[in-house]
Design a protein around this ligand. Structure first.
Ligand SMILES: Nc1ncnc2c1ncn2[C@@H]1O[C@H](COP(=O)(O)OP(=O)(O)OP(=O)(O)O)[C@@H](O)[C@H]1O
Ligand SMILES: [Mg+2]
Length: 315
């Protein structure tokens, strides 16, 4: 690796399952201490990418280096230095919180002297000290995730890979989990996190949006939001589909997206176009509530970029 601060590097990394290209020509450089987000819908190729980076699965094309070791030629060196929290992390349900940590300390051969101190620190870090005698099966979903994270950290890895660590967890626990990840980030650990949640992308130093095996965009969240053209209007019309069809055809309208009962409309210039939209809808007898200008979030940016990508590939 040319840049010694670069701790994960892939070159045209690919994985083929028969006719399906699960990961396609992935080239990424991730620096030490980054909190890197891999974002994408179901089946985008996130888990396959992480498995290749954790040296569990060999690529069909290209190569990857993690902690300056090749994932195919030096997998054992990598496994010593990384933590991996799989999408379906298996805790031992009939073991207590403490017993689970001791079990993983054994697996990772953490010495007797070190482990006591380290387990105490991890319990405090994961806010689980008072639950240490509780069986893992009796913990809430959010607490199970925190215990899984603590087990992943038992051998003090330099780089951790987390595959959808907060999926299925309530919003309060999700936030707490991310606070813990931020603490790790501040300690200098490199984090590689996959998530289907757009709001979590905002917490990352950089994010890559993956779609059908390819990276659509990879940048800092603020830059990605800046890639969306135009200004954004939000409105709640009473006949959503019809309103969307009418607005799409108006001059100056770049894109219309639907979010539940809301429409998000990108226009070239809000001041110039807002009355045009209002008039067209009122002519059609559509009642509009809550019309306001708003700022694009990650979600709007990603949907817009994926749509452009799909249109390009269909041409
Ligand atoms: N072992 C396998 N054999 C065949 N196909 C596979 C295998 N593993 C994954 N796939 C396919 O590769 C594609 C990418 O899967 P992957 O699990 O990497 O996606 P993902 O982004 O992690 O999705 P999710 O959000 O559902 O976890 C999917 O179409 C999946 O069905
Ligand atoms: Mg997955």
């Amino acid at each position: 690796m040319n840049n010694e601060q670069c701790v994960i590097e892939t070159r045209n990394l690919g994985k083929q399952f028969k006719n399906l290209t699960a990961v396609n020509k992935l080239s990424l450089s991730i620096h030490k201490g980054e909190i890197f987000g891999l974002l994408g819908p179901d089946g985008a190729g996130k888990t396959t990418t992480i498995r290749m980076l954790c040296a569990i699965m060999d690529p069909s094309a290209g190569s990857a280096r993690v902690a300056d070791f090749d994932t195919v030629k030096e997998p054992e060196e990598i496994k010593k230095r990384i933590g991996y929290m799989p999408q379906q992390f298996s805790l031992y349900g009939d073991l207590t919180v403490l017993e689970n940590l001791v079990f993983f300390a054994d697996v990772f051969q953490v010495g007797r002297q070190e482990r006591e101190d380290r387990i105490a620190r991890l319990l405090a870090f994961a806010r689980l000290t008072e639950f240490k005698e509780r069986r893992a099966a009796h913990l809430s979903g959010g607490m199970q995730k925190k215990l899984a994270l603590a087990c992943t950290l038992i051998h003090s890895p330099e780089i951790i890979f987390l595959d959808e660590p907060t999926t299925g967890v309530d919003p309060v626990s999700r936030r707490e989990f991310w606070d813990i990840l931020t603490e790790l980030h501040l300690q200098g650990v490199t984090l590689f996190v996959s998530t289907p949640y757009m709001d979590e992308a905002e917490r990352c130093s950089r994010v890559a949006l993956m779609f059908e095996g390819s990276i659509v965009v990879c940048d800092a969240p603020a830059h990605i939001k800046g890639l969306v053209e135009g200004e954004l209007l939000e409105l709640r019309p009473d006949r959503l589909r019809e309103a969307s069809r009418i607005i799409e055809k108006l001059a100056g309208v770049l894109e219309v997206q639907t979010y539940g009962d809301l429409l998000h409309v990108f226009v070239d210039d809000v001041e110039q176009r807002v009355s045009l939209i209002q008039e067209a809808l009122s002519e059609a007898g559509i009642v509009v509530q809550g019309l306001r200008q708003t700022r694009p979030r990650m979600e709007e940016a990603f949907i817009s970029l994926i749509r452009k990508r799909t249109e390009e590939t269909q041409l």
